[in-house]
Each structure stands twice: as structure tokens, then as C-alpha cells.
Design a protein around this ligand. Structure first.
Ligand code: 13P
Length: 246
């Protein structure tokens, strides 16, 4: 039985007072039925850690360097994230792929760097609307995931996967539960074939998950929780989504 996981991706949002209020509300609303985490901007990780320490809520980063250390201005290493108690790091979010030119190979390197420091990479995959319309969804997500699986080899079963169709992110246009489920099922089959552990690995759905559609999405057999953008910034909405993962 896979335990559900709901992760808030704050993206480039937040302020110290707003974060304090949001995190206090999340802590106060515990317990949740599954695992809950927030991936916050780097500069807020330490405060988030201080607030959530001692609770069962986890925290993480939205990116991580593929390099261990060195002259990489602006980068943050997995060792630094581990020092701040991060459990998770998002890698290969579509916004990083699109706006920062991240390749499948770089994403795989980031996943490997995170794992080497005991941080679970949440590997994001997903097709654009153009690719979906061209019937390329399966090929695109499988390729994105296979590069990571290949690089991680025997450690590949330690990742979390997030399927985030690009056309559903921030658009209010969610994949239907059936659309999401069918991609999750093929990703799980790929993970199972490659690692032998696909049945226990978690595959999250992301893209316009809201309080009112979360339960139906999470009820699909291969959807193990969500990666939540906009709705993770509002305490009441995020709490409702976390509860829907029960
Ligand atoms: P929204 O929930 O705002 O669509 O964002 C999804 C996402 O990109 C999470 O990583």
C-alpha cells in the first residue's frame, strides 16, 4: 500500500510574514492522513525548517545543483539542502525546463546529486499541449523518465515522480482523472520494468489541483498524491487538498 504524498510548490511566492501564517495554519491542521511537504524558495528553507521541526510535515527545495560544490555562482548544492533538513527537492519542473533550458540529462544529474545526499528527488515530467495534440504524450514522458532511470541505475526506485502536463499548470485546466490515470499507469509500468519496484513508488499528479478536484484525482489507482502550485499558497485550500489524500 503506497502512502499518499501531497507537496506544495510555492514557486517564487511568499514573504516572511505570509509564510509564517501559512505554515502555522498547516501545522495546526494536523494530522493529515498521508505525508505532506512544502517546497519553498531557497531563502525561506531555514525558517521553514525551524517552524516545521518537530512536526510530521516535511520541507524541501524547488531545485538543486547537479554539482557537488565549486565555482557555480547562484547554485545551491544538495549538501547544503541536506544541512537544512530538506527531505525533498523538485527536479526538472517544466518551468525550469522551459525558462532555464534544463535538459533531460541535467535533470538526471540533479536527481543523482540529491539522492547522493539523502534527499528524495521529485522528478517532474510532462508534455506540452502541442505534444499531446500530436499524440506524443507517451513518448515524451517516457523519454524524460528513462534518462533519469538510466543515470540512477539501482537507486532509481528511490525517486518520487510527478506527472505534470504543461498545459494544466497554472491554467485552471486540469487533466481529467482518466487522462492523468492513463499516463500514471504507463509511468508505473515503466518504473516497474526498470527497477522492479514500481508498485511501491509514488507518482504524484500536478496541474491545477484544487480543493474541489483533488479527491477524484487522488482516488485513481495510480495517483499517489499531488504536486500543488497555486492552491498551496492558501492555507484553507492546501489543507483541504491534503485531507483529500486520506
Ligand atoms: P498549479 O497547481 O498552480 O497549476 O501548478 C502546478 C505545478 O506546477 C506544481 O509544481
Amino acid at each position: 500500500m503506497r502512502r499518499k504524498l501531497v507537496v506544495g510548490n510555492w514557486k517564487m511566492h511568499g514573504s516572511r510574514p505570509a509564510n509564517a501564517e501559512l505554515l502555522a495554519a498547516l501545522v495546526a491542521a494536523r494530522p493529515y492522513g498521508g505525508d505532506v511537504a512544502v517546497c519553498v524558495p531557497f531563502v525561506y528553507i531555514q525558517e521553514t525548517a525551524a517552524t516545521l521541526a518537530g512536526s510530521d510535515l516535511r520541507w524541501g527545495a524547488q531545485d538543486v545543483s547537479a554539482h557537488e560544490q565549486g565555482a557555480y555562482t547562484g547554485e545551491v548544492s544538495a549538501a547544503m539542502l541536506a544541512e537544512c533538513g530538506c527531505r525533498y527537492a523538485l527536479v526538472g519542473h517544466s518551468e525550469r525546463r522551459a525558462y532555464h533550458g534544463e535538459s533531460d540529462a541535467l535533470v538526471a544529474g540533479k536527481a543523482q546529486a540529491a539522492l547522493a545526499r539523502g534527499i528524495t528527488p521529485i522528478v517532474c515530467v510532462g508534455e506540452t499541449l502541442e505534444q499531446r495534440d500530436a499524440g506524443e504524450t507517451e513518448a515524451v514522458v517516457k523519454r524524460q523518465l528513462s534518462v533519469v532511470i538510466h543515470q540512477l541505475a539501482h537507486c532509481a526506485s528511490e525517486i518520487v515522480v510527478a506527472y505534470e502536463p504543461v498545459w494544466a499548470i497554472g491554467t485552471g485546466r486540469t487533466a481529467t482523472p482518466e487522462q492523468a490515470q492513463s499516463v500514471h499507469a504507463l509511468l508505473r509500468a515503466q518504473l516497474q520494468a526498470a527497477t522492479g519496484h514500481g508498485e511501491r513508488m509514488r507518482i504524484l499528479y500536478g496541474g491545477s489541483v484544487k480543493a474541489d478536484n483533488a479527491a477524484t484525482l487522488f482516488a485513481q489507482p495510480d495517483i499517489d498524491g499531488g504536486l500543488i502550485g497555486g492552491a498551496s499558497l492558501k492555507a484553507a485550500d492546501f489543507i483541504a487538498i491534503c485531507r483529500a489524500a486520506n
